[in-house]
Design a protein around this ligand. Structure first.
Ligand SMILES: C[S@@+](CC[C@H](N)C(=O)[O-])C[C@H]1O[C@@H](n2cnc3c(N)ncnc32)[C@H](O)[C@@H]1O
Length: 309
């Protein structure tokens, strides 16, 4: 099984791991980062989340060989606080989010790609009810248009939404190529080959199926609350919508509220809870890009919790 871990060295360094710390890998995947975390802790613990059971089962074996303490949690990271509380954990030293789908999921015939003909599924958790097929075959014109505008930022969203509703009256959407062909019909061949709208439009359906942006926003807020003073939060994003959410939350918690800025003494509650570690976003090196072209859009942001409660 071929799997690449994007920005591995940079994100592990970003966690500034302590030997006896408690660490969370919110997106375990195929354990590329988790194994590095375990190598660096002695009496510490790792809790790792993934909503994909196959990723959990695969990683269990690899991590067992390290003989370190780890707990794998088959859950969406949106439940991070509640799941950790079940283990009696309320504060942690570091949390890593390496977002999106893994290269294994992309290659696994689960309908994430527009490059091969596959069933339209796109669920990261196979136990979830909503599939890409369901989105395309049942959502209203308005709802489809809205998803495409918000999650694909595609100006031809109304054309695509209209064509979907029209096409499914004669034949329901089954495969990724049904969707690709529909997009081509809706926007015209010239626009299709010049702008490649299928890329963001597939992303939009994937975001909807997995509730990615809503869950990311909630999980980041919870993660900030979980960090001990000097605890680190490290996030790798793969597209601008994700990155905007991360940047905004990090900014919100690392700056002093305008309302109190001029006061001679700032009340503790208004002091920043986060310190930004890398002012400039970290991106893959030329060497990494050569080895794994899928890392091209990756951006890494690191913050540290201050002493403010
Ligand atoms: C890019 S991969 C992580 C790869 C991992 N860092 C490694 O080195 O192998 C992202 C993983 O996060 C999982 N994932 C994505 N969103 C999730 C969520 N909301 N909750 C839990 N897991 C999620 C996916 O199923 C996938 O396995």
């Amino acid at each position: 099984m071929k799997h690449y871990t994007v920005l591995k060295k940079e994100s592990i360094e970003g966690l500034a791991i302590k030997e006896d710390g408690v660490y969370i890998d919110a997106t375990l995947g195929y354990a590329g980062d988790a194994i590095e975390i375990l190598k660096r802790i002695k009496r510490g613990k790792l809790f790792a989340f993934d909503k994909d059971l196959e990723a959990i089962n695969y990683s269990k074996q690899i991590l067992s060989d390290t003989k370190k303490e780890f707990h794998l949690i088959h859950s969406d990271y949106v439940n991070i606080t509640e799941k950790l509380n079940e283990y009696g954990i309320s504060k942690v030293d570091g949390i890593l989010f390496d977002l999106g789908v893994s290269s294994v999921q992309l290659d696994e015939n689960r309908g994430f790609t527009f490059m091969r003909e596959e069933q339209l599924d796109m669920r990261m958790n196979k136990e979830d009810a909503l599939t890409a097929k369901e989105v395309l075959n049942t959502y209203s014109y308005e709802k489809l248009k809205d998803i495409f505008y918000r999650y694909a930022e595609e100006k031809k969203s109304p054309w695509v939404a209209r064509k979907i509703v029209e096409n499914r009256q004669t034949k329901p959407f089954e495969t990724t190529f049904d969707f690709v062909n529909c997009i081509k019909q809706a926007v015209g061949e010239k626009y299709f080959y010049e702008h490649h709208p299928e890329r963001p439009l597939f992303q939009a359906v994937r975001i909807e199926v997995n509730q990615e942006l809503d869950h990311l926003q909630k999980a980041l807020e919870k993660s900030i609350a979980l960090l001990k003073p000097q605890g680190r939060l490290v996030v790798i994003t793969f597209h601008s919508l994700e990155d905007r959410i991360v940047k905004k939350i990090f900014q919100k918690y690392s700056t002093i509220d305008e309302k109190v800025k001029g006061l001679p003494e700032i009340p503790e509650a208004y002091l920043p809870k986060l310190k930004i570690i890398n002012k400039k976003v970290i991106v893959p090196t030329v060497e990494e890009l050569k080895e794994n072209s899928r890392s091209a859009s990756a951006k890494l942001r690191i913050v540290e919790r201050t002493n403010v409660k």
